[in-house]
Design a binder for this molecule. Structure first.
Ligand SMILES: [Zn+2]
Ligand SMILES: [Zn+2]
Length: 130
């Protein structure tokens, strides 16, 4: 299986979320600002599509089943919610650098998510077919 590495940016300020200083599976992980019970910290998601490894802020003590809020680490605006997840959490949306969206659930332990393309050119760009 080919490995797909996600490069994503904030839908508000369009800054890249991949953090070159924090690698998961050898790829710059997606850095996000999160909030639980009014406390904030940084969380990293693996940029390898289908890999669910994360680095979480210990002080927030995020437990399986917890629903957390996600913000951009650059502009600190709340990341948009694209949809309800089947688990009743929210599907958070960030933009792929090449066009299209990455959706993921804001509930710890729910791995439901997707990549979404509206424009066929965005799919070509993502797959590297140019
Ligand atoms: Zn932003
Ligand atoms: Zn979910």
């Amino acid at each position: 299986m080919r490995k797909y590495v996600i490069e994503a940016r904030c839908p508000h300020c369009h800054k890249i979320l991949n953090d070159p200083d924090t690698l998961i599976k050898n790829n710059p992980a997606l850095k996000l600002l999160v909030e639980k019970n009014g406390k904030r910290g940084y969380l990293w998601l693996s940029a390898v599509y289908g890999d669910h490894e994360t680095i979480e802020p210990e002080e927030l003590n995020i437990l399986p089943g917890d629903v957390i809020k996600f913000y951009c680490p650059h502009c600190e605006k709340p990341l948009p919610i694209a949809d309800k997840c089947y688990c009743k959490g929210d599907q958070v949306r960030i933009e792929l650098k090449t066009g299209g969206d990455l959706l993921f659930c804001n509930r710890k332990g729910c791995y439901y998510g997707s990549i979404r393309f509206v424009n066929p050119d965005d799919l070509d760009n993502f797959l590297g077919i140019v």
